[in-house]
Design a protein. Structure first.
Length: 269
């Protein structure tokens, strides 16, 4: 099963976290709350809550969960469980749970929420601060395979193409390498006269070499298909823009509400 890491907070419109589908939200213990967050993340990943999963105070999840495999090795989607003080004694802390989002060898990262604290945050490795003791991982009943992030495709420039020199362009290449590109020549249209082996472009009208990735083909428009776990701000970050610009360009009234399969058009510079 494909696994899309969550590295940003869920939308307030996401029913997995902010509706009565979530038992913690339903009973007045919604986010910020580690248990409400993990419950919602499990719903997001599986679309159901597996039989035998305990839910109550976080420090009771590990011992209280039945019928699910447990262990000490981090895996994608696993629930990292911690106790505070003595298990079952809420007066010395109620523990913590988090979801493993990334695994690289022995290192891993988790997504979290803190009861009456930070709504969403990421941690690396074991989080034993604030009197927390790691208990183990609860594994969800599926095998996850990490979904590779989609990266913007490389533009295939050709001699004669019309390009716009981006506003973010930095310095000239070639004989003028290192010389700062003035604002007066940015955001204007030029013709590619030559392309070198490194992909740098010689622009005819100013007879200057510039970095290829600092140019945009005239009239091109990138399209991105929304995947599970995507946010508009995350998509904007991939393409060097802002979620406000994408929302305006795509006539999106609520930037927090995008759906899987939706096409997001990335405006040319």
């Amino acid at each position: 099963m494909k696994f899309t890491p969550r590295t940003t907070a869920p939308s307030k419109n996401d029913e997995n976290y902010y509706s009565n589908k979530n038992e913690y939200y339903k009973n007045g213990y919604g986010m910020p709350n580690c248990t409400a967050y993990v419950y919602g993340r499990i719903l997001e990943l599986l679309e159901y809550i597996p039989n035998g999963l305990y839910y109550g105070n976080a420090e009771n999840w590990y011992d209280g969960t039945k019928n699910l495999e447990k262990g000490q090795t981090p895996k994608l989607g696993a629930i990292a469980c911690y106790r505070s003080g003595k298990t079952g004694n809420s007066s010395d802390g109620a523990g913590h749970v988090a979801i493993v989002e990334k695994v690289n060898g022995d290192s891993f990262e988790c997504s979290n929420s803190a009861y009456k604290g930070t709504n969403f945050y990421m941690t690396k490795g074991y989080d034993t601060k604030n009197n927390k003791t790691f208990q183990g991982f609860i594994y969800l009943p599926v095998e996850f395979e990490e979904e590779k992030e989609e990266t913007p495709s490389k533009i295939d420039f050709k001699v004669g193409n019309k390009v716009i020199l981006k506003s973010s362009a930095t310095t000239y290449q070639g004989n003028d390498k290192g010389v700062k590109i003035p604002t007066s020549v940015k955001n204007k249209e030029y013709t590619i006269q030559e392309i070198d082996s490194k992909g740098n472009l010689l622009l005819k009208e100013i007879f200057s070499w510039v970095l290829g990735n600092e140019c945009k083909l005239v009239g091109t428009e990138t399209k991105y298909i929304v995947k599970k776990g995507d946010t508009l701000s995350g998509i904007a970050s991939k393409y060097g823009t802002t979620y406000q610009e994408l929302a305006k360009y795509n006539n999106i009234e609520d930037p927090n509400l995008i759906i899987v399969g939706q096409t997001i058009k990335i405006p040319k510079d």
